[in-house]
Design a binder for this molecule. Structure first.
Ligand code: SF4
Length: 127
């Protein structure tokens, strides 16, 4: 039996509302996507939904107490909460540089968690 489902494409900032007819995890019909990436997004949502993870990690000896971090690529949606919980226990020593790997191979996904900005060491910031 087929279902009508609605998706908001998160691949780019346009955020198309996509209407799809699906049967199980198979895409039968699709409309509303402004480009081909929308169909790929809906197919992935049906079989292996993923999202970027963004959170913060504690910094030891830094000019700031926290550094924003993100996954280097979207990770399985079902692992977002567990990955965020794991990162709450992670602390990184200053200085931190943008793109520095904070947690390699997060939860065995093969995807690294990386810093989104620099954080200088406290002493360097005070000088
Ligand atoms: S369908 Fe294309 S244009 Fe629309 S949000 Fe997705 S990527 Fe952006």
């Amino acid at each position: 039996m087929s279902d009508n489902r609605e998706f908001i494409c998160v691949v780019c900032p346009v955020g198309c509302t996509i209407e799809a007819v699906v049967e199980g995890d198979e895409l039968q019909e699709i409309r509303g996507q402004a480009c081909q990436r929308g169909a790929a997004f809906v197919r992935e949502e049906l079989t292996d939904p993923r999202r970027m993870l963004t959170t913060t990690v504690r910094v030891r000896g830094g000019a700031l107490p926290l550094v924003p971090v993100r996954s280097a690529a979207p990770i399985p949606k079902g692992l977002l909460r567990e990955a965020a919980a794991h990162l709450r226990g992670v602390e990184v020593a200053a200085p931190v540089t943008e793109h520095q790997v904070i947690l390699p191979d997060a939860l065995g996904t093969g995807i690294d968690i990386v810093a989104s900005r620099d954080v200088a060491a406290a002493s360097a910031a005070e000088g």
